[in-house]
Ligand binder design. Structure first.
Ligand SMILES: [Zn+2]
Length: 305
């Protein structure tokens, strides 16, 4: 019966290794949490004030689509319950122009797949907004942020006022199979900047490589003084900042191939920022509950014009 005992030990050993691996890949949220990333608000505000002209009047939001995801994929250790993952686009409205932030998913594919969560009317408003925008910026090169750009029927015209960064252009593999049409970027001049850069009065982009190489935050100071910081997917939900916890390793490494430590450093910096700048409105990438609060507060308004 020696072999049976050996088999028993083997099964036990595998169970222990398996439980450890499960914990490490799916549950554990630990990691470095401070020191390597900081947002200097004095510098950001100085840049925001550096461009002449009136600041924006308001920021509008459209919910273009949604999908569902297990909680532990968003916040490691939070279990397998499903959470709604809305997909948004934003329109920063000045007196004389508009900036679109993020372009959601490829609507052509969503329609072909009869995606029940896809809002065709919202998508049409976003497409129209992209045409008349003075500028389009995206927080990162993932398909739920760059998709509406890639699939835009007037792509070459729209690209003419789109400020993709050098890093975003350099990493098409982060678009997970989505592709710009052949040659679309042949003569494209990407935006190149170090750390922080003003793109309009009150509007500053802030590099935040980690979730993807081309990730950036977008800061907006409105004419009324209100300040909003779009986090892209550094945080999918506000809890990522509040608890300084990020996605399960399985998701970070296997599915996203992200720099998890960099994301944790950024979450720690954002947590500090939240404490030192309590009036700053932070907008996570995909948080239906936080968006409800933000809309309620009036910091963002619903529906593009
Ligand atoms: Zn996203």
């Amino acid at each position: 019966m020696k072999w049976l005992r050996r088999l028993g030990y083997l099964v036990l050993a595998l169970a222990v290794i398996g439980a450890g691996a499960y914990f490490w890949l799916v549950v554990d949220a630990s990691g470095p949490s401070d020191g390597e990333y900081a947002i200097d608000m004095a510098e950001v505000r100085q840049l925001a004030a550096s461009m002449p002209g009136d600041k924006a009047q308001e920021i509008r939001v459209e919910r273009i689509s949604a999908f569902k995801m297990p909680r532990t994929a968003m916040i490691a250790g939070d279990g397998w319950g499903e959470v709604d993952v809305p997909v948004y686009s934003y329109q920063v409205a000045f007196v004389d122009k508009e900036i679109v932030i993020d372009t959601a998913i490829d609507g052509v594919a969503a329609i072909a797949q009869k995606d029940p969560n896809f809002d065709g009317a919202a998508y049409a408003r976003m497409q129209a907004a992209m045409i008349k925008a003075s500028s389009i910026v995206i927080t990162h090169e993932h398909p739920d942020h760059i998709g509406g750009l890639v699939a835009h029927p007037a792509l070459s015209m729209v690209l003419g006022h789109t400020q993709l960064t050098q890093e975003q252009v350099n990493h098409p593999e982060k678009m997970f199979g989505l592709k710009f049409p052949e040659g679309a970027l042949a003569n494209y001049k990407p935006l190149s900047y170090d750390r922080v850069h003003a793109i309009a009065p009150g509007v500053v982009v802030i590099k935040a490589a980690g979730h993807t190489p081309g990730s950036q935050l977008v800061f907006v100071q409105l004419a009324n003084g209100k300040e909003i910081l779009f986090l892209g997917d550094v945080a999918w939900r506000h809890e990522n900042v509040d608890r300084v916890l990020t996605r399960a390793r399985l998701v970070s490494w296997w599915f996203l191939g992200e720099d998890r430590d960099a994301v944790l450093h950024q979450l720690a910096a954002l947590k500090t920022l939240q404490e030192t700048e309590p009036a700053l409105v932070v907008v996570p990438g995909h948080d239906i509950d936080k968006m409800g609060e933000i809309l309620q507060s009036g910091a963002l308004v619903s529906g593009f014009k």
